[in-house]
Ligand binder design. Structure first.
Ligand code: AVJ
Length: 322
């Protein structure tokens, strides 16, 4: 229910103003300590995430790209012609190009991304690849109310594209709230095309978040590097560790930054005490069965119209409508 004050930024391509110091102090003052996962995605964090996607253990991206490749035509036909595509958390927009290549007479593409540099780069590349397609980038936090740009002509429908199983980063209550927000933005005739990671052997899931090359560990700890740079905190990187465990009861990976010893960290004027082995909770990655996800969609007033999945049911791409 937080309403964005109007006129905060005249230029919607600029990143939203977030008081990082306040966010960090609030999270580190909570019990247990936690920091929001969107803090991962500064420029280096976004690059590290791209590197995670190339790790052999991180099956999500490979599975989703395979699904998008195999079913591109069917998906485009399901979305129909003259679509305005709004992508939440577009990053490098790799899967999007596969979709855009097959869409019938798309009206506009609106990438919504909190990290300005990846947004700028992906728009630059898409502009050369799709010279006919109006691009309307929006640098914003997609969990806040969005002011979508006015489309160049009236679309037949607005489709929100939310790939990558990013929905998994939200606990079920927030996930339902976010889906309902998308439902409002897409309007009566619209739809949501969403990537959803599925429940499977927990060893396979855990390996995906503990790659051998240690890229995920670097990605996790980069959050502290970012805070040190942007708010002048003094986290000592070697005194913290990455930890990701699958919680089978909750059906999710729970990622923590763990203090290797008792220590104090300066965060602005505040000195934050850590016990040895004390953890900061930084990310959930929820996994769903197809039934679980249909129930979640229903809570948001949405129905699952189509599901595309692989024979092993590793991952799914789903189309939701009112
Ligand atoms: C981009 C949120 C889908 O949770 O799998 C990857 C982020 N974190 N490895 C995920 C992530 C650690 C990723 N999402």
């Amino acid at each position: 229910s937080s309403v964005q004050p109007c006129g905060v930024s005249d230029d919607d391509r600029r990143p939203p103003v977030n008081d990082l110091l306040e966010v960090a102090q609030r999270g580190l003052g909570a019990k247990p300590k936690r920091l929001p996962s969107w803090l991962f995605y500064d420029e280096r964090g976004s690059a590290l995430f791209d590197e995670i996607c190339e790790q052999p253990e991180y099956y999500l991206t490979r599975c989703e790209i395979a699904l998008m490749t195999e079913h591109a035509q069917d998906i485009a036909d399901t979305l129909g012609s003259e679509v305005r595509l709004v992508e939440y958390g577009s990053g490098n927009a790799r899967k999007t190009r596969m979709l855009l290549q097959h869409l019938h007479a798309p009206v506009a593409y609106v990438p919504v991304e909190i990290s300005p540099e990846p947004l700028r780069q992906s728009v630059e590349r898409l502009a050369t690849e799709f010279p006919q397609l109006p691009l309307q980038p929006l640098c914003a936090d997609f969990s806040k109310p969005l002011r979508l740009p006015i489309p160049p002509r009236a679309p037949r429908r607005t489709v929100v594209y939310f790939p990558g199983s990013t929905i998994g980063n939200f606990e079920s209550r927030e996930a339902a709230v976010l889906l309902r927000k998308m439902r409002n933005e897409m309007g009566d005739a619209g739809g949501i095309l969403i990537g959803v990671d599925l429940k499977k052997d927990s060893a396979v899931i855990e390996a995906a978040y503990n790659d051998r090359a240690g890229v995920t560990a670097r990605f996790t700890l980069n959050m502290l590097t970012r805070l040190n740079r942007e708010i002048g905190s003094n986290f000592e990187l070697s005194a913290f560790a990455h930890r990701a465990h699958y919680n089978p009861m909750a059906g999710r990976i729970e990622t923590h930054i763990v203090s290797r010893r008792e220590q104090q960290v300066k965060v602005g004027r505040v000195s934050v005490p850590f016990r040895a082995d004390e953890a900061i909770q930084v990310e959930y990655s929820c996994k769903y069965s197809l039934e679980d996800f249909a129930a979640l969609a229903a809570r948001a007033g949405l129905a699952v119209l189509r599901v595309w999945t692989d024979p092993e049911q590793m991952f799914s791409v789903q189309y939701l409508v009112r």
